[in-house]
Design a protein around this ligand. Structure first.
Ligand code: ADP
Ligand code: MG
Length: 610
């Protein structure tokens, strides 16, 4: 007897479900995508107990006739693909025809739908339990589709056990709805959990307005717009200025053709862009929207469709990185002397419960609306939700992606940076420069300011291959540990190219013969060790850029004016002038802030004048 059997469909669906339906948020994702593909103008999501007990998604899209409503639950049944050729240029969010049968196989599912454009007289209700169809009946139904999922994973105890707390699952769902709300500003989105309204946004024209609806004005103020193009690939979006930092990656939103994705290529591009302006442990806020011809991406890389393959991976990577760098360089105009830290740059996140209320000289407490417990899963305050009237019924019109609809025409509403007009008042602790301009008081950390200046000088020189060097009168011998000596072997040519001439000198000793001029005063014994150890710790492929960057960061830090160093007025002026010429004058290469501002407004408010 043959041993191989074709699995019954119910079992096959249950297996497929394992990959597609990981948790309640995956169900919400598939249902939302179906609603968007159906051309909906408004989508409402209701959940109970973090989606474990109930998930209901209701839309006003094109709906289905009875035959389709039954067919939709067959394995591999879809209206979105017809031929194999279609697979190479997928323009819809769904295409695998697996979501509904998979979800239905691990839950109690009820579907109500009506395709009024097809003139269907009545709606259809389909009831399925654990993949078995229980009933199909005509019902009175206005338009669109409603899918209700009860008791997710009731028949997969292993999976159910792995679900996290209600709050955690709800956090995932909320982020998911937020994600799609951002990509589809023309869509009305509503999310309610256990009777509480969490998201309710009406259609708007631009992503900028949608960001405002979801996160509020303060959030938007910390973002600058990115935009760029390489061949037929376009990138648009928003990214945070260096002072806006997060302790988790939840504020990173990546999309390809308005499909939310998780992607290492884009992640690495964003990381690289922020490499020397925020701490390595911090995350920026980034909304990256890529528009790529459909045939240039393969979205069929994973059953959950959140992974994607790019034909031109490095083009996409460099485009994203360069566009962000360009935006940040432009954004120097925002921060500069206008800097007001919203959160501590490093260390634990600002905690609203322990915030020093209205204490004087309180520069760090951002105005945050009272928080809901569920928001602990987020790193940003949600706007308070206003009571809004019931959803309007809107005529169905298919959605089209238009550039101006997504990005709007506004330029960054930011104050220009002026290095002139700053008056130096003095130095405190021989460490911090105190200055004033018409907007208030500035405190500048002299060490990190100089570090930024030197870093950009050194990194720029290395890139151009023109680091000025100085020979040492007496070569410096340095004894290295064996692992450092081994690493130096591979690195030596690159170090030499960047102004650090080292040669082997028997055993694990090396001789330093010349050093970059900008860092000639450093303790080179220590500095060499630091560069080598830093590179080793990073445990990644050492490309030329990394080596140079590491050298520039270490040298800048070592060579910069120390704290507790008295400075003349001229020297302070020189430092501020040089700082104003850098690309990112607000943060040192390790990501610490350089300038603090005590604005006139804060001063007047604290003196009770306003
Ligand atoms: P896919 O989205 O990959 O096609 P699904 O299993 O998610 O597969 O859905 C199967 C089909 O059911 C879809 O192709 C679509 O025709 C139909 N469908 C699903 N959800 C909706 C909806 N909300 N409105 C209209 N049609 C829908
Ligand atoms: Mg689908």
């Amino acid at each position: 007897m043959s041993k191989i059997r074709v699995l019954p469909e119910v079992l096959a669906n249950k297996i497929a479900a394992g990959e597609i339906v990981e948790r309640p948020a995956s169900v919400v994702k598939e249902l939302l995508e179906n609603s968007i593909d159906a051309g909906s103008r408004a989508v409402q999501v209701y959940v109970e107990s973090g989606g474990k007990k109930l998930i209901r998604v209701l839309d006003d899209g094109e709906g289905m006739i009875q035959d389709d409503a039954i067919l939709a639950f067959e394995h591999h049944s879809t209206s979105k693909l017809r031929t194999a050729d279609d697979l190479s240029a997928i323009a819809t969010l769904g295409f695998r025809g697996e979501a509904l049968p998979s979800i239905a196989s691990v839950s109690h599912l009820t579907l109500k739908t009506r395709q009024c454009d097809a003139g269907a007289a009545a709606g259809t209700e389909v009831d399925i339990q654990g993949g078995t169809m229980r009933s199909v009946k005509p019902i009175a139904w206005d338009r669109g589709t409603e899918v209700t999922i009860r008791n997710l994973f009731f028949n997969v105890p292993a999976r159910r056990k792995f679900l996290r707390s209600h709050e955690t699952e709800l956090g995932h769902i909320t982020r998911l709805v937020t994600h799609y709300a951002l990509a589809y500003p023309e869509l009305r989105c509503y999310l309610e959990s256990d009777g509480r309204k969490l998201i309710d946004v009406v259609p708007v024209k631009t992503v900028r307005e949608r960001v405002y609806q979801l996160f509020g004005e303060d959030f938007l103020a910390g973002l600058v717009e990115i935009s760029g193009r390489a061949e037929s690939t376009e990138v648009h979006g928003f990214t945070s200025v260096p002072r806006e930092q997060r302790t988790n990656p939840y504020s990173l939103f990546y999309y390809v053709n308005r499909r939310m994705i998780r992607d290492r290529v884009i992640m690495s591009a964003v990381r690289q862009a922020y490499q020397n302006c925020i701490p390595a442990s911090a995350y920026p806020v980034s909304l990256v929207f890529l528009t790529i011809p459909h045939e240039q991406v393969d979205v069929n890389a994973h059953p959950a469709k959140t992974e994607i393959r790019f034909r031109q991976q490095s083009l996409v990577h460099d485009l994203v990185r360069d566009s962000i760098v360009e935006a940040l360089t432009r954004a120097r105009s925002v921060a500069g002397y206008e800097f007001r830290p919203a959160y501590p740059a490093v260390g634990p996140r600002f905690d609203i419960d322990n915030a020093p209320g209205d204490s004087p000289l309180n520069l760090t407490v951002p105005p945050v609306a009272a928080r809901d417990p569920f928001q602990s899963a987020f790193d940003y305050p949600f706007r308070e939700l206003a009571q809004t009237p019931a959803l309007p019924t809107v005529e169905h019109e298919s959605m089209q992606l238009r550039g101006d609809m997504l990005w709007g025409a506004d330029s960054d509403a930011v104050a220009p940076f002026r290095s002139g007009g700053v008056r130096i008042l003095g130095q405190i602790q021989e460490s911090y420069i105190i200055a004033a301009d018409t907007n208030g008081l500035l405190i500048i950390d002299q060490h990190v300011a100089h570090e930024r200046v030197l870093y950009e000088k050194l990194a720029g020189g290395m890139r151009r291959g023109g680091v000025e060097t100085q020979g040492l009168l007496v070569p410096l011998s340095v004894e290295l540990a064996p692992h450092q000596a081994a690493l130096l072997n591979t690195l030596a040519p690159e170090l030499v190219r960047n102004g650090l001439e080292v040669e082997r000198f028997g055993g694990n000793a090396v001789l330093i013969r010349s050093v970059p001029l900008a860092a000639k005063e450093c303790d080179w014994r220590q500095l060499l060790t630091e560069i080598l150890d830093g590179l080793e710790r990073e445990e990644r492929t050492l490309d030329v850029d990394r080596i140079r960057d590491r050298m520039a960061v270490s040298m800048a830090c070592r060579a910069a004016i120390k704290v507790h160093t008295p400075l003349s007025l001229e020297k302070m002026q020189w430092l501020l002038d040089e700082l104003s010429k850098t690309k990112i004058p607000t943060n040192c290469p390790h990501g610490r802030p350089i300038i603090l501002r005590f604005s006139l407004y804060e001063i007047e408010r604290n003196f009770g004048r306003i």
